[in-house]
Design a protein around this ligand. Structure first.
Ligand SMILES: Cc1cc2nc3c(=O)[nH]c(=O)nc-3n(C[C@H](O)[C@H](O)[C@H](O)COP(=O)(O)OP(=O)(O)OC[C@H]3O[C@@H](n4cnc5c(N)ncnc54)[C@H](O)[C@@H]3O)c2cc1C
Length: 451
């Protein structure tokens, strides 16, 4: 056991990696920019953990979604008509092995598994308030803003969509405004307890409801669901940036409840009443990026949103971050956990993960809004927030990687029958492990002609 691992970021990707590698690593250090666990803004609201994520959570991360994360087991997805409030359609997935989780609870459970001394191997060390500013991928050296230096045999960039590690791994990448932003909030049953028609609200998002509720206007989508056994309810409204009363210079900021509620004036009951209970909300700009040509260089690899950020329409990017961690574990196992063979393991990880993640990026970036609506939204945002984008992530917007995006689209179309990628939900959800995937028909190891 001689492998020293440094994880940049302690979100889903970083923490999952720490759990997946702790049995065989000599040391794991998690460097997290946030000053405290409570101040991590990625804790807010909920996320859906579909079957693929639940498989990895149980089999690799040792977590039961209900028992350890207090998640709510899902049953169906209900589409509610925006204006009438009536049920348009209900989709019941073939399995109910999927969950609606509170992000804070998920992160707490992952952190506990990663850092508690009781688990397999060595506990990871979590250092808060460590903002990584520079990475030497050849030397395996990481510098933080307080002047500390960390050395490792493997650096895992789990530092999200604004990744510092990505800058050290790829020369160029494009993270651009998607044209869409999202208001997010959390409600408790106390928030709507005194309202008339409480029964209708309970039926949609109350203690017994095990459904994701969605409702679409022409250029907005509301999503709400119970995300914690205590009754916490996650809510979100996706809207075009040009509908916002201001353009933010930041990607995340406090939202305006007044503005949020003004957007749902024409909405039917009881959803309008549910949004009426919101007391505070956050506002996130949604970014997207075309697939990258590589995710690794020398001793460093990027995983999770650092490698494949996407719009949230497939609700599966968090699960992909867990899958990435499991694939890295598998690849390091293939090379015997030997520091000198880390680059081989990173190459294998990339080959195992690239096509799956890029195809899902392709689908997840497709919004439910019509082409004209999206064109207007993204054109407006590129014109009005481009400086913001460049300032936040110093990456060029020159379209270079669009070639990879096009190649993915071509492959998806050409192989729809063979890989069943058109039946996205089945293909996305039925993922068990990197080993099983590499043996399956859908394993699509990269060839040189592709990239
Ligand atoms: C609106 C929305 C809804 C979503 N819904 C779902 C869903 O239902 N299901 C699902 O599976 N996924 C969903 N996702 C996607 C999911 O949230 C992300 O894929 C997931 O959080 C990515 O995890 P990560 O660890 O890669 O990155 P992050 O969660 O962004 O974590 C990165 C961490 O790195 C830290 N960090 C950043 N820079 C540095 C630095 N320089 N030094 C040190 N630390 C640093 C950050 O503080 C943070 O803690 C959604 C995303 C959005 C935006």
């Amino acid at each position: 056991m001689s492998l020293r691992v440094i994880c940049v970021g302690a979100g889903i990707a970083g923490l999952s990696t720490a759990i997946a590698l702790r049995e065989h690593a000599a040391s794991i250090t998690l460097l997290e920019a946030s000053e405290s666990v409570e101040s991590m803004n990625i804790r807010a609201a909920g996320l859906t953990v579909y079957t693929c994520g639940a498989n990895i959570m149980r089999d690799t991360l040792g977590l039961d979604p209900v028992g350890d994360v207090s998640a709510v087991q899902g049953h169906s997805i209900r589409a509610i008509n925006w204006t009438s409030g009536s049920l348009d359609r209900e989709i019941v997935p073939p399995t109910d092995d999927w969950y609606m989780a509170h992000r804070g609870s998920l992160l707490d459970a992952l952190r506990s598994r990663a850092t508690s001394p009781g688990g397999k191997g060595r506990a990871a060390k979590l250092l808060l308030g460590k903002i990584v500013t520079e990475i030497d991928v050849e030397a395996g050296r990481v510098l933080t803003s307080d002047g500390s230096v960390f050395e490792g045999d493997l650096i895992v960039g789990g530092d999200g969509v604004r990744s510092e590690t990505r800058k050290a791994v790829v020369d160029k990448a494009i993270v651009q405004p998607s044209g869409l932003s999202i208001y997010r909030w959390t409600l408790t049953p106390v928030d709507w307890a005194g309202l008339p028609d409480k029964g209708a609200i309970d039926a949609l998002i109350g203690p017994e409801a095990r459904c994701i509720v969605t409702s679409d206007a022409k250029d907005m989508r509301l999503v709400t669901y119970r995300c914690h056994s205590s009754g916490l309810v996650n809510g979100a409204l996706i809207l075009p940036d040009h509908r916002l009363p201001f353009t933010s210079e930041d990607w995340t900021t406090a939202g305006s409840v007044e503005h949020l509620q003004s957007l749902v004036q024409d909405m039917g009951e009881p959803l309008k009443r549910i949004v009426g209970c919101v007391k505070s909300c956050g506002l996130w700009q949604l970014r997207k990026q075309a697939p990258l040509r590589t995710w690794f260089k020398a001793k460093a690899i990027i995983l999770g949103d650092a490698a494949h950020p996407m719009l949230p329409f497939q609700a599966v990017a968090g699960a992909l971050a867990m899958e990435d961690a499991e694939a890295l574990q598998y690849a390091l196992g293939q090379v015997g956990w030997i520091p000198a063979r880390v680059p081989e393991a990173l190459d294998l990880t990339f080959r195992l993960r690239f096509l799956r993640c890029s195809v899902i990026q392709h689908f997840s970036n497709s919004s439910p809004f019509d082409a004209g609506t999206m064109e207007k939204a993204s054109t407006w945002s590129l014109e009005n927030t481009a400086t913001n984008a460049v300032a936040a992530v110093p990456l060029a917007r020159d379209g270079a990687d669009d070639k990879v995006q096009q190649a993915i689209a071509t492959r998806v179309n050409a192989n729809a029958g063979a890989f069943d990628v058109r039946a996205t939900s089945g293909w996305v959800m039925n993922y068990k492990s990197a080993a099983a995937f590499s043996e399956s028909q859908a394993a699509y190891i990269l060839d040189k002609a592709f990239v």
